[in-house]
Ligand binder design. Structure first.
Ligand code: NAD
Length: 307
């Protein structure tokens, strides 16, 4: 039987959730929800599903939801959905506070429901390939820059953009313990942190430097990983990887081929598969909580240093 799905929030990203669900075999897109009813109607005209403005009307009639509302609403909406026995795919960051994230993880576990967090980059085919190739990372550099678009200004840039790279760093370093964390950041346009840099040092001397800004001239999404004698350069937007290896006295550069795939499509296929097989998602509530924990710690360091 098809899984009945609702999408809550069809702004910039939620529309893509609706588009993908409407194309997936074994899924019936039943409801499209937005408090802006014109947005719900417009998406429903394109992708079918019944447009409604209050998600509570569909509880009891769907098996699963994507929550793609502003971040400050993630906790309350996800909690009501979980309590109604609905599997939840919540966009990143999981919530604003750690206690909210804990509550969602506990509720999902108690009810044996899937709770997946939208750390999309883990489904980027170039990231999947890189995670497979890197064995002993020594130094990681990530830069994530956007022009100011006014979106996601309800949270700091650390929770909006840097959190993607925090999650990738953890996927690269595994369970190595963090030994040092430093950060700097500033407000530029909003009254929140708009630009930030964080340095993380893990057991064994593995170091990561992350930079995120939402006030850049153009969009950049770059990741560099260095191992002994090998350096990787990944461009998230182009989904390309360059590998530079020391061979004798020369450096050999190779472009690694990656099969193009839409990360959001892969992510939602994974969500549906988790529901069907009752398995843990690639990015679980706990993974989302761990990334949030570091984003919050970085924020605390920044606010302590700017006093
Ligand atoms: P957006 O402002 O474009 O869309 C949010 C939508 O939610 C709007 O249409 C709004 O009317 C609707 N909404 C607000 N309150 C609602 C409610 N109570 N019930 C139903 N609908 C409601 O925002 P966006 O850029 O699409 O971001 C949404 C979420 O997705 C954020 O949490 C953001 O962090 C996340 N996001 C993730 C990625 C990623 O790469 N994974 C990229 C962009 C955004």
């Amino acid at each position: 039987m098809a899984i009945k799905v609702g999408v809550i929030g069809v702004g910039y990203l939620g529309t893509h959730h609706a588009r993908i669900y409407s194309s997936l075999a074994g899924v019936e897109l039943k409801f499209i929800v937005d408090e802006n009813s014109a947005a719900a109607v417009a998406a429903a005209e394109k992708y079918k599903g019944r447009p409604i403005s209050d998600y509570r009307q569909m509880l009891g009639k769907v098996d699963a939801v994507s929550i793609v509302t502003p971040t400050t609403l993630h906790h309350s909406v996800a909690m009501e959905c979980l309590k109604a026995g609905v599997h939840v795919m919540v966009e990143k960051p999981i919530t604003v506070t750690l206690s909210e994230a804990d509550e969602l993880c506990e509720e999902a576990a108690r009810r044996n429901l899937v709770l997946q967090v939208g750390h999309l980059e883990r489904f980027n085919p170039s990231v999947v390939k890189l995670l497979d190739m890197v064995k002993e990372p020594l130094f990681i550099e990530a830069e994530r820059a956007s022009p100011f678009l006014g979106r996601a200004a309800d949270v700091d840039v650390t929770l909006d953009l840097m959190i993607h790279d925090i999650d990738i760093v953890f996927a690269l370093v595994g369970d190595r313990k963090l030994v040092d964390l430093r950060a700097a950041g500033v407000s530029v346009i909003t009254d929140r942190i708009d630009s930030a840099t964080a340095w993380m040092e893990f057991q064994g001397g593995v170091t990561a430097r992350l930079t995120a800004t939402r006030v850049a001239g153009d969009k950049r999404r770059l990741l560099g990983v260095r191992e002994k004698a090998v350096a990787y350069e990944l461009d998230y937007q182009k989904a390309t990887i360059m590998r530079h290896e020391k061979v004798g006295r020369k450096v050999q550069a190779d472009s690694i081929s990656v099969e193009p795939r839409e990360p959001l499509y892969e992510e939602l296929v994974d969500f549906v598969d988790c529901i069907n097989k009752n398995r843990r998602p690639r990015v679980s509530g706990e993974d989302g909580r761990r990334a949030l924990d570091f984003a919050v710690r970085i924020n605390k360091l920044i606010s302590a240093s700017s006093r």
